[in-house]
Design a protein around this ligand. Structure first.
Ligand code: MLT
Length: 268
């Protein structure tokens, strides 16, 4: 895979990995992660499709933007795609990456043949969720990034996986701690401020794949299922004994499901 750095119109750098040729499958990671989140899924998809896998601005090696919003994140992905002359793609976004995907589908639907929401939702935060995020921001601002990350990461995994693979949870914690406190705060504010985009599911008339973990504490089964009927074409995949992190908990199945969906979108 090639590692590429691009300077966007704001003067900030965005970094991404690329393999193969278009039409591309674009993989967007969630919070507080970087593009290495997809490492275990890549071997199952790179033979069939070209891949573009960015570090979202503020994560991994990409610079944090001055005013981060879901729209500005989507805009920087658009600049990257323009640079690659990739005007026809399928996008898969994990959790926060799915919120960026929804903003992208809202603003730039002409680039998309379809998109996958991997443990994600088109809804806005509830008031309760916003309050939890504000408390987390206050903790991080007081220097509490480490307890915040150590508290949040284990909760992302299903019970079986957590018990069977404590070393992977530790690795994920160490990886998440690489994100700066400033980026974490900025991403949390941008999640608090994102609008409901359920209308985009039906208005854009694009196929949508729903990857749902039965033990997901962040996007519960019912929340994802309720929305899955709103798009014109749905692929719904429910994973047993899986939390919020199928790219680590069930990478082979996820690779197979993304392959099936991408093939469908590109051939329709
Ligand atoms: C993520 O995995 O991106 C986050 O858990 C999303 C969220 O907190 O809503």
């Amino acid at each position: 895979m090639e590692s590429i750095q691009l300077t966007t119109s704001s003067g900030k750098n965005i970094c991404y990995r690329k393999s193969g040729a278009g039409p591309y499958l674009v993989l967007l990671h969630g919070f507080p992660e970087d593009n290495s989140l997809w490492d275990m899924v890549i071997p199952g998809i790179e033979q069939e499709f070209g891949l573009i896998i960015p570090d979202l601005p503020g994560a991994g090696k990409s610079d944090l933007q001055e005013d981060t919003s879901m729209e500005s994140l989507a805009e920087s992905i658009k600049q990257l795609l323009d640079h690659e002359q990739a005007d026809t793609v399928v996008m898969a976004g994990h959790s926060m990456g799915g919120y960026v995907t929804m903003a992208f589908a809202d603003l730039y639907p002409e680039y998309l043949k379809g998109y996958a929401l991997v443990h994600s939702t088109a809804t806005a935060d509830t008031e309760e969720k916003k309050e939890i995020r504000r408390k987390a921001i206050a903790l991080i601002q007081k220097g509490g990034k480490e307890p915040f990350v150590k508290g949040m990461i284990p909760n992302l995994f299903g019970d079986w996986f957590k018990a069977a693979h404590p070393e992977i949870i530790e690795k994920q914690i160490a990886r998440s701690l690489l994100m700066s406190a400033e980026s974490m705060i900025s991403f949390y504010n941008c999640m608090i401020n994102r609008p409901d985009r359920t209308n985009v599911l039906s208005d854009r008339e694009l196929p949508v794949q729903w990857i749902i973990g039965k033990e997901d504490n962040v996007v519960p089964l019912q929340v994802a299922l309720q929305q899955s009927g709103m798009s014109v074409v749905n692929f719904v995949e429910i994973y047993e004994h899986t939390g919020h992190m199928s790219m680590i908990e069930r990478p082979e199945r996820l690779a197979g499901d993304l392959r099936k969906f991408t093939r469908y979108c590109l051939n329709r």
